[in-house]
Design a protein around this ligand. Structure first.
Ligand code: ADP
Ligand code: ADP
Ligand code: MG
Length: 671
């Protein structure tokens, strides 16, 4: 076994690998960027080496620096995690050349599966069913669009080197093919350095079902069953589970055999995942699943497999890389119970899941135990920066059966306290509780199909949350006032005023932008009487030393956390988070005089392309420019019909959140 392992990654996966390495008696070395100097993975490792500035090209992707760090610290193996250099054949070779074990498959196997097109061709030869489509070398525009016509719309254009749902465009009619092709090529080139694409049939009711495979250096190959990852947004997984709902033993055997055949065809070693897409227009069927791609690394969602098999897949990786045979044979592997993983992201479901940056002012995961696991790489106070993936944590639950596991998942999500950044926690809880999800009625379009249930439109702040926000302010004010003369009416903080009946007004702005005023009265019997939009509510309570607000709202006792962040307060109570802005009535609001006169950047990023010029007339919804942020392209569209006045940024320029990207001409009213 290895003495010292360097982990060439960051975040939760680096922490995950470090935990197993330590349990197995190996020392660990972390690498980090300047942005991660105080990160959790650095704190957990025995040693850590600085790579460089925050951008991944200047830190986590620097092969030479990482290998030099391994040599300097005497590490005998490198674990690449997922993402970054995990599927980079040149890196695997560079490790070998430096006499360091790469904990992953042989470089040739990475290369064989590295391109989706070549991988499909290879799988066809191995008699593994593939999605019908064109995966040839000829990249001529007409050849590709001709192939699309032949395949029949809708089609999917995929960057052959793509991953993580990037570089993909669904095209529903031929008129949109050319621009979609451009987009897929551009994203492929900028994210993966390769603009080659393939075109395949877009299945209408697909389910994403993948098989975990493992191979050792002795030539043994097993599979560790399937995972269903159909709940996706932007072709990217958000909830994964094992086993797959409705899976039959026959279908499992057929898929398992196909996955093992795929691994054998390329002389695979280590952990890998063979991703299939199943056409479920007529239910799950053994002759309607197709190879999509193989990920030659540990997968983000590997914990669900660990939970149902009782195995530690990182331990398996280390043993296999050290030359040991697979710990178990196919017959010894069994499925026990059901596991579900929910990926907790810093993102806004109401804004098409736009990633969000910010500080995790409060981060309290539910308590871990045999039924519940939290894999994370951040702690309270940490930053979700624009440089890396916005995943905060993976919440994994296990129980004897699926309904029990889903109940646990819902309960755990309700207990998850996060404030400071917008998250998808409420959204995940809505999925966990959705009847169609409970029924196992899955498809990759699940979120879109049920979006009205899962993503309620921003509405007014509920009275209870408002009452908690008021109480928090009132109690804090009470606590902070230190009267010199306790009997003076001036030092009372109960709103007593000369010539006044004694009330205060507290003003807030909700998510929907509406202003709300709550009148506070001070009954002689103590506590407060709040005039809320829905009526009057007596309220009282206290804030304990731990910062928890214990409230009595007209006889209903609830606890809450109020997390402050500038003018905003996040009220966490009853499994929901409400972000409420406090308006100081004395301060003038910074009204935007030219409301609608410009478009600002929704998040920090880089301008990739400007699609309009000054002077041009645009219609509402027209694309104005493309911004690349957090590894994704975002099309910025016109919010209304307008004439462009100015576009201050050009391609390649970095912009801050809120930067004015496009200015419109001031409209002159006809008189
Ligand atoms: P899965 O492992 O389940 O397939 P995804 O496809 O959603 O998960 O994400 C994995 C892919 O996303 C990686 O191949 C990589 O391209 C990208 N990715 C995810 N996390 C990171 C990360 N921390 N750093 C860099 N790339 C990442
Ligand atoms: P990535 O490398 O980005 O993970 P994949 O090829 O694995 O790319 O596809 C990602 C997701 O896109 C799948 O999980 C599925 O939801 C969707 N998808 C891929 N191919 C098809 C297809 N032919 N028809 C419908 N959906 C597809
Ligand atoms: Mg994939």
């Amino acid at each position: 076994m290895f003495r010292k392992i360097l982990i060439a990654n960051r975040g939760e996966i680096a922490c995950r690998v470090i935990r197993t390495a330590h349990r197995m008696g190996a020392a660990t070395v972390a690498v980090y960027s300047e942005a991660d100097a105080n990160a959790m993975h650095v704190a957990m490792a025995d040693e850590a080496v600085l790579l460089g500035p925050p951008p991944v090209q200047e830190s986590y992707l620097l092969m030479d620096k990482i290998i030099a760090a391994a040599q300097r610290t005497g590490a005998d193996a490198i674990h690449p995690g997922y993402g970054f250099l995990s599927e980079n054949a040149a890196f695997a070779e560079a490790c070998a050349a430096a006499g360091i074990v790469f904990i992953g498959p042989p470089a040739d196997a990475i290369r064989a599966m590295g391109e989706k097109a070549a991988a499909k061709a290879l799988m066809q030869q191995a008699d593994v069913p593939v999605v019908p489509g064109y995966h040839g070398d000829d990249q001529d525009d007409d050849v590709l669009s001709g192939a699309a016509d032949e395949i029949g719309y809708p089609v999917l254009i995929k960057a052959v080197s793509g991953g993580g749902g990037k570089g993909m465009r669904q095209v529903n009619d031929p008129g949109k093919f050319a621009s979609a092709l451009k987009g897929a090529r551009r994203e492929g080139l900028s994210s993966f350095g390769d603009d080659k694409v393939l075109v395949e049939k877009y299945l209408e009711r697909p389910r994403h079902i993948e098989i975990q495979v493992f191979a050792d250096q002795q030539g043994n190959v097993v599979h560790l069953f399937e995972r269903d990852c159909s709940v996706q947004r932007r072709h990217q997984k958000v909830l994964e589970e094992a086993p797959a709902p409705g899976m039959t033993p026959q279908m499992r055997r057929a898929m398992g055999d196909a996955a093992v055949a795929a691994a054998k065809a390329i002389g695979y070693v280590g952990a890998g995942t063979v991703e299939f897409i199943a056409d479920v227009s007529h239910g799950l069927s053994e002759d309607a699943f197709f190879f999509m791609e193989m990920n030659t690394r540990l997968q983000v969602e590997h914990p669900v497999t660990e939970m149902i098999t009782g195995q530690d897949l990182v331990e398996w990786q280390l043993r296999v890389a050290a030359g040991e045979p697979l710990p178990l044979s196919q017959d010894e592997l069994v499925i026990d119970g059901h596991a579900v993983e929910a990926r907790v992201y810093s993102e806004n479901p109401q804004k098409k899941f736009l990633p969000a940056t910010g500080t995790l002012h409060r981060l309290r995961p539910p308590m871990e135990g045999p039924h519940l696991r939290v894999d994370t790489g951040v702690r309270e106070g940490d930053e979700v920066s624009m440089y890396y993936d916005p995943m905060i944590a993976k919440l994994i639950v296990w129980d004897r059966d699926r309904p029990s596991a889903l109940r646990r998942l819902h309960d755990a999500l309700e207990r998850y306290e996060i404030a400071g950044v917008i998250t998808n926690v409420n959204f995940l809880a809505a999925v966990a509780a959705h009847p169609a999800f409970a029924a196992g009625d899955l498809e990759t379009g699940f979120i879109d199909k049920h979006k009205d249930d899962l993503i309620p439109a921003p509405g007014p702040i509920p009275d209870q949350a408002l009452a908690l926000a008021c109480l928090d302010m009132l109690l804090a004010r009470q606590g902070h006032a230190a009267p010199a003369d306790p009997y003076s009416p001036w030092s009372l903080v109960d709103g007593w005023r000369l010539n006044d009946r004694g009330h205060d007004e507290l003003c807030f702005v909700g998510d929907d932008g509406d202003e709300i005023t709550v009148t506070v009265h001070y009954p002689t019997t103590g506590g407060y009487l709040l005039s809320l939009p829905g009526g009057e509510m007596p309220a009282n309570g206290e804030i304990d030393d731990g910062g928890t607000l214990w409230a009595d709202l007209d006889g209903l006792r609830v606890s809450a956390a109020a997390v402050h962040d500038g003018d905003k307060v996040t009220i966490l109570s009853g499994g929901r988070a409400h972000r409420i802005e406090r308006l100081d009535k004395m301060a003038l609001r910074d009204f935007d005089l030219e409301e609608g006169g410009k478009v600002t950047a929704p998040l920090p990023g880089k301008v990739v392309q400007v699609q309009v010029e000054a002077g041009a007339s645009v219609k509402k919804g027209d694309p104005l420019l493309i911004l690349e942020a957090m590894k994704m392209e975002h099309t910025i569209a016109a919010p209304r019909d307008a004439v462009i006045a100015n576009i201050p940024f050009g391609p390649g320029e970095q912009v801050e959140e809120g930067a004015e990207l496009v200015m419109f001409e001031v409209e002159v009213e006809d008189s």
